[in-house]
Design a protein around this ligand. Structure first.
Ligand SMILES: Nc1ncnc2c1ncn2[C@@H]1O[C@H](COP(=O)(O)OP(=O)(O)OP(=O)(O)O)[C@@H](O)[C@H]1O
Ligand SMILES: [Mg+2]
Length: 464
């Protein structure tokens, strides 16, 4: 493909400074940029030797070697004091049909001021990247505090009290609870409520990292400690968490071989990097979580008892959702709000029938399962209130009893029927969560005791 000669001329003009010389090193062409740069008229240089005009030009090197010379620093001065300028120039030999015909020199960076400002900008970006990395780290670190733990049921209130106790102390905490109950949330909350909250919260999942890499992840290594090791060595999570908290999730999966090493760090408060000579002092509060009973593992000799006692100085058991169903309405609102943002949908809530159906289910996967069930229904509904029909897939697979209350297809129900159904469901829930104590249920619903009895009679509910 040939370049249009006119276009080629325009391109040549636009180059900051370009000079072409013949094979003897005499100027045959200089562009406008070159003229402006050196302040010499073309007629004064054409036919002259480059070396006589620009003393430090490397054009002779190109003439001799027929090889490019790139990134050369050239200092030029224009007869006047303090007019010295540093530029960066590239030189190339030009061949036609394999024959050396000319050499060119052109500026790539007009003045080092520009290069310096580029350097400054780069260092500015570098600082910004570091800052953002820190921010990201902080965000990835401890995101939740105790207010993010939704629930006001007695078991949750007891747990929050334990979180505050744990936050005040420096001892290790063992969090246990079924899958999806919110153990990670609890670990974050402890760190955030503690005096260590300004330092890092570092998390490591003992089950997610292959056993042979876990030791290096936890304790770090010195350069050359093993094949594949980074030359400068690497910090372990204990070092990273210095002055902060280290959360060892799924501690039950910690390989037996590493257990004495962890015990040593907890006792001595110092770590030994793999291949390192000296021990490093660390000040770390360790929080662990398990979803299998650790004491059972100790009995089965799958977990060292001395380590277990060391980890279990304080313990928090996160209650399963089935033991705190009164938290369902609050949890549903919180999770729907969260998912609305994540999914970009606009769901307002669930009908009383859905709440009732949820209350009749045991939630083996706990809050995480609730979240997943809501997410799927929200992807079906997109907006409005989630009705039983949005949960067909869920109720069918699990044979969950669907409440026979006024069916929720509001299109077929009168407003009065819908109102009655909601009222009855709210009454049911309040009574159940208060152990059928009418006074407490009345207080919860902000109505009088007499009204509770009246409503119960109205809905044909048994007044025990
Ligand atoms: N009380 C709660 N309030 C609000 N969200 C909660 C609560 N409990 C759990 N969640 C949410 O449920 C999900 C699961 O929680 P988390 O990851 O802490 O569970 P986990 O106990 O660590 O489970 P696993 O043992 O499976 O790791 C998360 O999205 C979390 O935000
Ligand atoms: Mg977890």
């Amino acid at each position: 493909m040939e370049l249009d000669p006119l276009l080629a001329q325009e391109i040549i003009k636009s180059i900051d400074a370009l000079a072409v010389c013949d094979t003897e090193g005499r100027y045959i062409y200089v562009n406008q940029g070159w003229v402006e740069w050196l302040g010499i008229r073309p007629e004064d240089v054409l036919g002259k030797y480059v070396r006589d005009v620009v003393k430090d030009s490397k054009i002779d090197v190109v003439l001799r070697s027929k090889q490019p010379v790139v990134g050369e620093i050239l200092i030029t001065s224009k007869d006047k004091p303090d007019t010295e300028e540093t530029t960066i120039v590239n030189y190339y030999p030009i061949f036609r049909d394999g024959k050396f015909v000319a050499a060119i020199g052109f500026i790539i960076v007009k003045s080092t001021n520009l290069a310096l400002s580029l350097k400054q900008r780069l260092s500015h970006f570098d600082k910004e990247v570091k800052l953002l990395k820190g921010e990201l780290h902080r965000l990835q670190g401890s995101r939740y505090n105790i207010d993010n733990i939704i629930g006001d049921s007695p078991p949750v209130r007891k747990m929050k009290k334990q979180i505050y106790q744990a936050a005040r102390s420096n001892s290790t905490v063992l969090i246990d609870g079924e899958t999806g109950t919110g153990k990670e949330l609890v670990a974050h909350a402890i760190h955030n409520a503690s005096q260590r909250n300004a330092a890092s919260f570092i998390k490591i999942n003992c089950a997610a990292i292959p056993a042979d890499l876990l030791e290096a992840e936890l304790f770090g290594y010195e350069g050359g400690a093993f094949t594949g090791a980074i030359r400068s060595g690497r910090q372990g999570k204990f070092e990273m968490a210095d002055k902060g908290s280290l959360f060892l999730d799924e501690i039950n999966q910690l390989p037996l071989a590493l257990q004495p090493k962890l015990l040593r760090v907890l006792q001595e408060r110092e770590v030994d990097r793999i291949g390192g000579r000296a021990s490093l002092q660390v000040d770390v509060r360790v929080i662990t979580a398990t979803n299998v009973a650790l004491d059972k593992l100790v009995e089965e000799q799958k977990f060292r008892s001395d380590l277990f006692y060391r980890l279990n100085v304080m313990s928090i058991t996160v209650p399963p959702l089935r033991e705190r169903k009164e938290d369902l309405p609050q949890l549903i609102i919180e999770l729907i709000n969260r998912l609305n943002r994540q999914l970009g949908v606009d769901v307002k809530g669930v009908t009383p029938e859905v709440l009732k159906m949820f209350s009749g289910y045991d939630w083996p996967g706990n809050v995480r399962e609730l979240q997943n069930v809501l997410e799927r229904a929200m992807n079906i509904a997109w907006r409005g209130t989630l009705e039983l029909k949005h949960f067909d897939w869920f109720t069918k697979n699990r044979r969950i009893p669907v409440p026979a209350v006024a069916n929720d297809s509001s299109a077929n129900s009168s407003l009065k029927e819908i109102k009655n159904a909601s009222e009855k469901a709210a009454l049911d829930d309040a009574l159940r969560s208060c152990g059928n104590n009418k006074t407490h249920a009345a207080r919860k619903l902000k109505i009088s005791r007499t009204m509770i009895y009246k409503k119960m009679r109205h809905f044909g509910m048994v007044c025990k």
